[in-house]
Design a protein around this ligand. Structure first.
Ligand code: OKP
Ligand code: ZN
Length: 344
């Protein structure tokens, strides 16, 4: 059994907009599942202090922070086409990030072994000067820089398995050879239509960005092949001292805005793979941070599985939602499409 921690800030409900996919029901469903399964009480729950604005300003511009203050003052409004804020969003976002920083500190001080922060809103699209794609602060990139600066960690690996490319994280870390950013995502033109294979970092950071764009619908097998054949050997060479995971669950087959056919079982295998990397290279130091995931049952069930495995990788878990009804049909469907004309 590992000492596994998590963070959950109940005030996240103050950042919500009805009808928007990124709304309070997501984390309320996760929180309910953790309690219904009796897991919440078996884990270490850490506080979610406000992340200090001066620390945030090492990544985001002063002008952007001023803009946020101005916008939250207006009440419910939009920071970009997709990203709303309410009167409380600045504080909620600061607590979400604060929880992640606290968890990262606890892991690096050896007070806990691993864990998962549950911030809302997500973070991996947020850019230095602007909000984007439901995200306000670049949570994981900020945590990586914090680990470097405060704990003297030399090499941080960020693995992003959210179905959308983590363009914000990539942008913040693009020139940094001490932070290796690896992302699996729906291939362009799937939104945000970024994360091409050719984006590999620049200057000192050349080679320290690895993008694995995946064709829509590749499912568990596609993700696991990418993990084992492409990403694992790179992680082995980089030998991270800390692994941060941008864990979005919107590659799940039930997700309303995703485009993949991944199952909770598939996410479980990714978690186990990451735990084995962490064991091999960095004494198990592994910190997950929630990104997307918009089907509440799939999100709640998958996050519950992730935390249960972080605590006990031998846990016997059942994927109650099962595989996609279309899983395994990918080549077959392609053949059917082609057969109309070519009779293959
Ligand atoms: C956030 B995270 C075109 C569609 C935009 C935005 C999706 C944001 C996803 N306006 N969709 O990565 O789960
Ligand atoms: Zn996403």
């Amino acid at each position: 059994m590992m000492r596994t921690a998590f963070t959950y800030d109940p005030s996240h409900i103050e950042h919500s907009a009805p009808g928007h996919p990124e709304q309070k029901g997501r984390l309320l469903a996760v929180w309910k599942a953790l309690n219904d399964q009796g897991l919440a009480e078996k884990l270490i729950r850490l506080e979610t202090p406000l992340a200090p604005l001066d620390l945030i300003q090492e990544t985001h511009s002063t002008r952007y922070i001023e803009h946020l203050h101005y916008m939250v003052h207006q009440g419910l409004s939009y920071l970009d086409a997709d990203t709303y804020c309410t009167q409380h969003s600045l504080e909620v976002a600061q607590r979400g990030l604060g929880g992640l920083l606290h968890l990262t500190d606890a892991v690096l001080r050896g007070e806990v072994d691993n864990g998962m922060a549950l911030p809302r809103p997500p973070g991996h699209h947020a850019r230095p000067h602007t909000a984007m794609g439901f995200c306000i602060f670049a949570n994981v990139a900020i945590a990586a820089k914090h680990a470097r600066k405060v704990h003297g960690v030399d090499r941080v690996l960020i693995l992003d398995f959210d179905v959308h490319h983590g363009n914000g994280t990539q942008e913040v870390c693009y020139q940094d050879p001490n932070i290796l950013f690896m992302s699996l995502h729906g291939a362009p033109p799937f939104w945000p239509a970024l994360g091409h294979i050719s984006e590999t970092g620049e200057a000192e950071g050349e080679g320290y960005t690895v993008n694995v764009p995946l064709p829509q619908g590749v499912g568990d097998e596609g993700y696991l092949a990418a993990f084992r054949q492409i990403l694992a050997p790179i992680a082995a060479r980089f030998k991270p001292e800390l692994i941060l995971v941008s864990a979005g669950y919107d590659a799940h087959w039930r997700d309303p805005i995703g485009c993949m056919k991944v199952s909770t079982w598939g996410f479980d295998q990714m978690v186990l793979e990451l735990m084995s990397w962490a064991d091999q290279y960095c004494s198990g130091r592994l910190v997950f941070a929630l990104e997307g995931g918009y089907d509440e049952p799939a999100l709640a069930h998958s996050v519950y599985h992730t935390l249960a495995l972080l605590q006990d990788p031998t846990a016997k878990l059942v994927d109650e939602l099962g595989k996609s009804p279309e899983a395994g049909l990918y080549p077959q469907k392609m053949i059917e499409g082609i057969a109309k004309f070519w009779r293959v």
